[in-house]
Design a protein around this ligand. Structure first.
Ligand SMILES: NC(=O)c1ccc[n+]([C@@H]2O[C@H](COP(=O)([O-])OP(=O)(O)OC[C@H]3O[C@@H](n4cnc5c(N)ncnc54)[C@H](OP(=O)(O)O)[C@@H]3O)[C@@H](O)[C@H]2O)c1
Length: 337
């Protein structure tokens, strides 16, 4: 990308991720020249007391835009499938939060703490990985470099904000109905009810009875870590937490490494905060992590039964590091390169 002092930026989508994108551009002081915000309809929105004009997106929206951050819905009728190519044609680099281009061979899938160099391989579109993948690879990246990774088994505890603004509204509505001793009659966008419940289904069921979310964690991790041989298996679960995903992750390394060595390694690694003092009840929890940009790791412990086995508890804000922050960090890499 041509060096400039300021870059014209478009944010597409003003749902759970798009709003966070506007906050992150501001908090990280990204050198924004002109900022354009797009949704499906024209209106003004307020984010933390600042008003933004939202315009209706169309194929001519990207004239003069250098970087287009897409946070619209996915799939056939989604914003990225419909408009990303128009943005590229107009000269913008697209950074897309959805799943539409992630596994495309011509599209780099980037987590700046793990594979920043892949940004340079872009041909107009760069993909942001899935939220549950991002936090896992940030925590495991330094371990992969130091001791190699043979196997990863993960169970996730994913917040409702991962399902977008309608999933947040369903959750609020269900709890409110319960508090008023009334049935919930609002829109249902999740596979099950969520108040006082958890359910092991994020996305739809796919190959070998794993869900699409579980396959994202497998395939995206292989692509980001440049190692398709890592044996990865996951169960992804929705929990009644408003924001911030947690993951219990079991790994087997190629070379043995102690829990103390992993703690020391992660402490000095970019983008990671180690919170690991279980005797004093210190470990990361969603209530403390919302709004933070780093990935938090605790409960680091060796499996006494397996020489190279280890457990980690990995927690991150899915709307920030799992989406908006990672996308803006990719944009920062892009203007550096
Ligand atoms: N939520 C997460 O934790 C998370 C994490 C990683 C990645 N992602 C991905 O990020 C993307 C956005 O997710 P979200 O949670 O923010 O969803 P969301 O809350 O449902 O918001 C979607 C936004 O996209 C806009 N939109 C949809 N179709 C559009 C179109 N054709 N043209 C213009 N705008 C369009 C909507 O506009 P209107 O407001 O005008 O209807 C809305 O503002 C999805 O691809 C999702 O998979 C989400």
């Amino acid at each position: 990308m041509k060096k400039k002092t300021k870059y014209n930026v478009a944010v597409v989508g003003v749902g759970a991720v798009g709003i966070e994108m506007l906050r992150v551009l501001k908090s990280r002081k990204f050198p924004v020249g002109q900022l354009k915000v797009f949704g499906r309809s024209r209106r003004a929105i307020d984010v933390d007391g600042q008003s933004y004009q939202v315009d209706e997106l169309n194929s001519d929206s990207f004239k003069g835009i250098d970087i287009a951050l897409f946070a619209g819905t996915e799939g056939e009728q989604g914003a990225a499938v419909t408009y990303a190519k128009d943005a590229v044609k107009a000269g913008a680099v697209v950074i897309d939060n959805g799943a539409d281009f992630r596994m495309d061979k011509n599209v780099p899938l980037v987590v700046p703490e793990v594979n920043p160099g892949d940004v340079k391989k872009h041909k107009g579109i760069i993909a942001n990985p899935n939220c549950s993948t991002i936090q896992m690879v940030v925590a495991l990246g330094p371990i992969q470099k130091k001791a190699g990774l043979k196997r990863i088994i993960a169970a996730t505890y994913q917040a409702v904000s991962g399902g977008g603004s309608k999933a947040i509204a369903q959750t609020d509505g269900e709890f409110k109905a319960w508090a008023n001793n009334e049935p919930y009659t609002g829109e249902k966008v999740m596979a099950q009810s969520i108040a006082f419940n958890i359910f092991p289904q994020i996305g739809s069921f796919s190959d070998n009875d794993f869900t699409t979310e579980e396959w994202k964690m497998v395939k995206e991790t292989h692509k980001i870590m440049h190692d398709p041989k890592i044996q990865i298996s996951c169960t992804t679960v929705r929990v009644p937490v408003r924001n911030v995903h947690s993951e219990a992750v079991y790994i087997e390394t190629k070379k043995p490494i102690s829990a103390d060595a992993v703690r020391a390694l992660l402490k000095k690694s970019k983008g990671i905060v180690v919170m690991d003092d279980p005797k004093n009840k210190i470990y990361p929890m969603p209530k403390d992590i919302s709004g933070r940009d780093e990935v938090f790791v605790g409960r680091i412990r060796k499996d006494p039964a397996v020489k190279t086995g280890m457990w980690l508890w990995i927690v991150a804000d899915n709307l920030r590091k799992g989406a908006a922050t990672n996308a803006v960090q990719i944009a920062e890499e892009l203007i550096k390169s």
